[in-house]
Every structure is written in structure tokens, then in C-alpha cells.
Write a protein that binds this ligand. Structure first.
Ligand code: NAP
Length: 358
């Protein structure tokens, strides 16, 4: 465990070395972990726990998830059962259905929770917006969260490569006095590399704001705006795409991830540096109120209301497909599909030579 301090704010970072597999097994050894759902998170988390020798049962409905679980070696009637049966068997119940399905299945799961069980989430949505989801756990269970900071596929691939993934953890309700230990042990059982503490509220507010903003919504808006401006001024699709998406994702952003934006600014041409220094505050001034507005709408429950209403509309699937199809048809992403094929194979040792934009 390490205490970090950034600008006067102290936080504890708990590492895998604090929870070696023997300690995880000592805490969870007598538990049955029921993983409900076999989407990206259910799959990654359950396989990592199985590989670490824990007692796991997966609960799915018939169909795609069940087929996937069978292909991964889970055995029907043994450690692959219905959602209801898994909820019945689990002493730690990992609720990893889609957020919409969590609402639909809650009455079935709720009645199978026994005193002393732990109800586990990877997202604070169901609990924080309980007025809308109806997910209100009984008082005599622990309610815990581990939220990997990445897709379920990354949870699995990073575990297999020995890296682990960053995750946050939280305790919403501690009935047994063991909720924190159960959360931390499960965090490392599912393959976390290090974890930091949060609350259900902070997890869901930051997650919803992040995906609507810099992780997805804002970045799509920024990519498209710049691509369209370049195209409107006569630049070819190749030039507009390379200058907007390809250079960002293939060259600059990985370096920002490795070394920070300060390093990037210090290691680019003086022309790029001067311009980026001058323009960054202008973008910040425009974007900050938009991000604040987004956060307020998350905080008020408005974004949850929109999401729940959309997912419960029987026509939503066709509306969603048409919206996603419209994005795929944007010239920006048509160009991407063509131009990605021309990416050179990465040469070994290339990373050391990369530097910022010209
Ligand atoms: N994806 C991420 O990057 C990520 C990261 C951190 C946390 N989380 C959280 O982790 C949880 C799981 O997310 P996910 O992305 O792994 O899952 P997901 O793809 O949203 O959900 C998939 C699972 O839910 C099942 N499901 C959907 N509708 C159902 C219904 N009506 N009845 C029964 N089962 C149903 C699916 O079964 P079928 O295959 O049969 O449809 C599948 O097993 C969510 O709370 C999410 O917010 C996700």
C-alpha cells in the first residue's frame, strides 16, 4: 500500500503485492462467487477468478452468453447455471448483467440474497440511481463495488499478460464487517493491478461524465469538427483523417499516455508548441461549461433517466442501429476504414524514437 499526495490531496493506492493470491484465497476461500452475466466484464472477471483457483459459478440466460461460456470451458449444470440458480448459490453475487438487465432481473436476484451475502457491482449506476432502477438491497447484505478502468477484454488480456488493470473499489453497505476485505480480495481476484478507493456516487458520476465527454462524446465531436473543417477547405480525406485521427491515436496519444502532455509539449516543434500553448486555453474555455453542464445532468439523474427510458423502449434497438449506422456512414469513419489498412507494421524498438508533432 502506498500513500500518494497530489497538490495536498492524499490517497492510498493498494497494490497486488498487498493482496497476493494466498491472501485472496484466505478471504474468499469459503465463498461461492456467482457471476451473473457473461458480457465483457462477466467473462473477464470470472475467468481470471477461475484461473486463480476460486470457487466461481456463472449465471446466464440461454443464448449468446451461454454459448460463449460453454466455449470457455464452463460446464452446464456444474459451474454454468441460470441467473436465478447462480444468485441462489452465491455468497458473493457479482451483478454483471447489462445495466438495463440489472433493473429487469432485480426482483429475482433480490429474493435470493441471504443474510451475510455480498452484492457486488462494477458500476454504481443501479445503486446510486435507485429511485429510478428500483435496486434497493436488503439491510443485511454487504454492498460492494470494483470498477475496472477498462473494458472486460482488457481485464482478461492484461491478467493473462501479468499486467493487471487499474480499478476503483467502494463499500456502500457493510453488514458483516468484512465488506472492505471482500471488495479488496475480489478486486485482486478479478485481476486488478492496483486499486484506489471511491464511493458508488463518485464512481458513477465520473464514469458517466467521462464517457459522455473526453472518453467518447467530446472526442467524437472534436474529431468530426476538425475533419469537417479540413475537408471544407479542400483537404483530401487522407490528409484530413491523418491530421485528425491517425496521428493522434497512432503516435501522439500513446506518448501522452506514457510520458504526459507536458512532455509532449516540450518535445514537439516550436511551431506546434507555440500554437498548442495558445489554443489550449481557448478550447478549455469553450469546453469547461459544456463538461460542467454534462456533470450536472449526470448528478441530477437526468442522464440516467434518458438511458433507462431509451433501453426500456421496445423500438430502441432499431433507433440505436440507425444512429450507429449514421456514424459509420460519416466520411470521417469511412476514410478510417480505408486508411487503417495502410498502417505499417510497428517495427520493434520504434517507441524509443518517437517524438511529438512536427
Ligand atoms: N464494458 C465496460 O467497459 C465496463 C467497464 C467497467 C464496468 N462495467 C460494468 O460492468 C457491468 C457489465 O457490463 P458488460 O459490458 O460486461 O455487460 P453488458 O454487455 O452490458 O451485459 C451483458 C450481459 O447481460 C446479459 N443480459 C442482457 N440483457 C439481459 C436480460 N434481459 N436478461 C438476462 N441477461 C441479460 C447478457 O446476456 P446475453 O448475451 O444473453 O444478451 C450478457 O451476459 C455493467 O454494470 C457495466 O456498467 C463495464
Amino acid at each position: 500500500m502506498k500513500t500518494i499526495e497530489i497538490n495536498g490531496v492524499r490517497e492510498e493506492i493498494i497494490e497486488r503485492s498487498d493482496f497476493p493470491v494466498e491472501r485472496v484465497r484466505a478471504i474468499l476461500g469459503s465463498e461461492v462467487t456467482a457471476v451473473l452475466g457473461y458480457g465483457p466484464q462477466g467473462r473477464g472477471q470470472s475467468l481470471n477468478m477461475r484461473d486463480q483457483g476460486l470457487n466461481v459459478v456463472v449465471g446466464v440466460r440461454a443464448g449468446r452468453s451461454q454459448d460463449r461460456a460453454l466455449a470457455d470451458g464452463w460446464e452446464e449444470g456444474e459451474n454454468l447455471v441460470s441467473i436465478e440458480d447462480a444468485a441462489e448459490q452465491g455468497t458473493v453475487v457479482q451483478y454483471l448483467l447489462s445495466d438495463a438487465a440489472q433493473i429487469a432481473m432485480w426482483p429475482e436476484v433480490r429474493k435470493r440474497l441471504r443474510s451475510g451475502d455480498a452484492l457486488y457491482f462494477s458500476h454504481g449506476f443501479g445503486i446510486v440511481f435507485r429511485d429510478q432502477t428500483g435496486i434497493i438491497p436488503p439491510d443485511d447484505v454487504d454492498v460492494i463495488l470494483v470498477a475496472p478502468k477498462g473494458s472486460g477484454l482488457t481485464v482478461r488480456t492484461h491478467f493473462l499478460s501479468g499486467r493487471g488493470i487499474n480499478a476503483s473499489f467502494a463499500v456502500h453497505q457493510d453488514h458483516t464487517g468484512r465488506a472492505r476485505d471482500r471488495a479488496l480480495a475480489t478486486a485482486f481476484a478479478i485481476g486488478s493491478g492496483h486499486v484506489f478507493e471511491t464511493t458508488f456516487e463518485h464512481e458513477v458520476f465520473s464514469d458517466l461524465c467521462g464517457e459522455r465527454s473526453v472518453l467518447m462524446g467530446l472526442i467524437q465531436g472534436a474529431f468530426k469538427a476538425q475533419y469537417d473543417v479540413l475537408r471544407a477547405h479542400g483537404h483530401s480525406p487522407s490528409e484530413a483523417f491523418n491530421e485528425t485521427v491517425e496521428e493522434a491515436l497512432q503516435s501522439l496519444y500513446p506518448l501522452v499516455g506514457e510520458k504526459g502532455m507536458d512532455w509532449m509539449y516540450a518535445n514537439c516543434s516550436t511551431t506546434a508548441q507555440r500554437g498548442a500553448l495558445d489554443w489550449a486555453p481557448r478550447f478549455e474555455a469553450v469546453l469547461r461549461p459544456v463538461i460542467e453542464d454534462c456533470y450536472q445532468k449526470v448528478l441530477s439523474g437526468e442522464e440516467a433517466r434518458i438511458t433507462i427510458a431509451a433501453n426500456s423502449d421496445p423500438n430502441y434497438r432499431s433507433r440505436l442501429e440507425s444512429e450507429l449506422g449514421a456514424m459509420a456512414d460519416q466520411e470521417l469513419w469511412q476514410a478510417g476504414r480505408v486508411l487503417r489498412d495502410f498502417r505499417p507494421e510497428r517495427a520493434a524498438g520504434e517507441d524509443g524514437d518517437r517524438s511529438g508533432p512536427g
